[in-house]
Design a protein around this ligand. Structure first.
Ligand SMILES: Cc1cc2nc3c(=O)[nH]c(=O)nc-3n(C[C@H](O)[C@H](O)[C@H](O)COP(=O)(O)OP(=O)(O)OC[C@H]3O[C@@H](n4cnc5c(N)ncnc54)[C@H](O)[C@@H]3O)c2cc1C
Length: 524
């Protein structure tokens, strides 16, 4: 176990006690703990630079939050597949690192539904339905031309710059110009300039739209923007919510919100194939409890911050200076097995890949604040995916399909939400209960058991507060520091935060590569 103390701590500048052992033959250059999108991204990035890499995964299958598994281990619905975590992939399409790979050669295909997003507004008796192509957004999409034109101005401005916005928000803000593992480093300066230009247009579009009431609470535009923002599992007006809302809005029309042919596990299968093509390996069933049995010259902890802290804390001789992160809001997943389509009042919603059941701005703001204060709202914020709208193969020969959903609840909540979710869907799809054959709920405790990176069901892995996140793990200026020499963090707990984009892994890998090169040259 090569790791002594924080390399940013002046007291820790000396070489590791067993640094000499690092040249032991047969030893891998990098051990990576966790095979989610970030662990695999770090592994691919390092393996294609020629380093030997081993990924150690606690579960029996790789993938973390991007797996596809049978809905049930036995019973009548064991033939159906479900994505236990991520289901919809705008960030995979927007990810500069994924775009630097050719994952399609390993069979990865993204599929788009006719409508990217549906958003029922039961309090107004209407819905919003948005196609990927911004030019199709019209009075019918929003129920009024004033609102449609406000949307085109606001999100149209953002989506024109969606690549730059993605490069900036998913980028490595700490080190924008060094390294050239993928194109992002070279484009960050340009992205900043474009986004500054775009931000001016965006701000003036907001100001004009506010004057036209389109953005006031109660409007359909503010409802849809709030639904995008609460993906951060926080009230919509928080800066981190607004940033993720703008990015998701930009990707909605810029890249689309696809599902993956065969399920989210196909992303990981393609990444694993890519890694293996460079000689990297993934070992499943390897839960790591301390670093003592790892002998990589460098270690990447691609797990949530609390889990990383537990592993580091149990490692002998480690004097890492770690901060104690606190978990954020949580999710409760509910899968509905249906024997037909959802009977939405607005039939356009039956063709929407994603449906936001978050109501209007005031409604979702109140629900998110209640969940934050420990109360399970009667009508929580709910996000749903209808994968069969993009991929008819998700319908079994006898007509069954899985409606994927999750509701925002307090961290650690033990309250069942299936009835609440059912009621909320019924409000916009009367008769929904009659098409439900079975429900499977996975509450916060189940999610934590499934993946230690979701403490108390916090599916954002302690990342909802992005400015804090950057410094939260180790007392270091570098958000990817693992708090000990030769150890890095790369997961949804580090910038740019949650989502299947692999960017934290790519950013950490640049640091690991530099460390390995300097470690090698310091030993002559
Ligand atoms: C319910 C839910 C819905 C989501 N929906 C979306 C979505 O639609 N789109 C989207 O882009 N993102 C979504 N996300 C977020 C996304 O799944 C995560 O942000 C992403 O998977 C994080 O990747 P990661 O590599 O950092 O960590 P993870 O994917 O969490 O992977 C960490 C891996 O480390 C393993 N591990 C943990 N501890 C140990 C240990 N001690 N030893 C060895 N291995 C260990 C875990 O088993 C896991 O495989 C969702 C997440 C959840 C939970």
């Amino acid at each position: 176990m090569p790791h002594d103390t924080d390399r940013d701590d002046p007291a820790c500048e000396s070489e590791s006690a067993d640094a000499g052992a690092r040249s032991r033959p047969g030893r891998v250059d990098v051990d990576i703990v966790g095979s989610g999108p970030n662990g695999l991204s770090a592994a691919i990035s390092l393996a294609r630079q020629g380093f030997s890499v081993r990924v150690l995964e606690a579960s029996d299958t790789p993938g973390g939050g991007s797996r596809t598994v049978p809905l049930a281990s036995q019973g009548p619905h064991a033939d159906l597949l479900s994505d236990p975590c991520a289901a919809v992939h705008p960030l995979a399409l927007a990810s500069p690192f994924f775009r630097s790979l050719d994952l399609e050669r390993h069979g990865l295909t993204f599929l788009h539904a006719p409508f990217a997003l549906g958003h029922p507004l039961p309090s107004r008796g209407t819905s919003v339905a948005l196609r990927r192509d911004l030019s199709t957004v019209d009075a019918e999409s929003f129920g009024s031309e004033a609102e449609a034109s406000a949307w085109r101005r606001i999100i149209g401005t953002a989506s024109r710059y969606s690549d730059d916005l993605a490069a900036l928000l998913l980028g490595d803000g700490r080190r924008p110009t060094s390294g050239a593992d993928f194109a992002l480093a070279d484009t960050t300066g340009q992205a900043v300039r474009s986004v500054v230009r775009g931000a001016r247009g965006f701000a003036s579009a907001l100001a004009r739209s506010y004057g036209e009431i389109a953005l006031r609470p109660g409007s359909a535009v503010s409802a849809v923007l709030a639904g995008l923002a609460v993906h951060a599992i926080a009230p919509p007006a928080r800066p981190v919510s607004m940033a993720s809302g703008v990015l998701l809005g930009a990707t909605l029309h810029g890249h689309g919100w696809p599902i993956v042919n065969g399920g989210s596990g196909a992303i990981v299968a393609a990444m694993r194939a890519e890694l293996e093509s460079y000689g990297g390996q993934v070992e499943c069933g390897r839960r790591i409890d301390s670093l003592d049995h790892l002998d990589g010259r460098a270690i990447v902890l691609a797990v949530g911050a609390l889990e990383a802290r537990r592993i580091l804390g149990a490692s002998a001789g480690l004097r890492a200076r770690l901060l104690r992160p606190s978990p954020g809001g949580a999710a409760a997943r509910v899968d509905f097995v249906l024997h037909g389509d959802v009977p939405w009042t607005d039939e356009r919603l039956g063709h929407a890949g994603t449906v936001h059941l978050t109501g209007d701005y005031r409604h979702v703001d109140t629900a998110e604040k209640a969940a934050r204060s420990g109360e399970v709202p009667d009508s929580p914020a709910i996000l749903a995916s209808q994968p069969w709208t993009a991929d008819p193969a998700r319908i079994s020969p006898d007509g069954r399909r899985v409606l994927w959903s999750y509701a925002h609840v307090p961290n650690g909540s033990e309250v069942s939400v299936t009835e609440r979710v059912t009621r909320v869907i019924e409000a916009s799809a009367p008769g929904f209960r009659d098409v439900v054959d079975a429900t499977i709920e996975r509450g916060p405790a189940d999610l934590e058991r499934y993946n230690a990176s979701y403490p108390g069901g916090d599916i954002a892995s302690i990342a909802a507060d992005v400015p804090g996140m950057a410094f939260r793990f180790a007392r270091s200026a570098d958000p990817y520091s693992g708090g000990a020499r030769g150890v890095w963090m790369a997961s949804a707990s580090t910038p740019p935060g949650p989502g299947v984009h692999g960017m934290a892994g790519a950013h950490a890998a640049r640091r690991v590569a530099e460390y390995l090169h300097s470690d090698h040259s310091s030993r002559g």
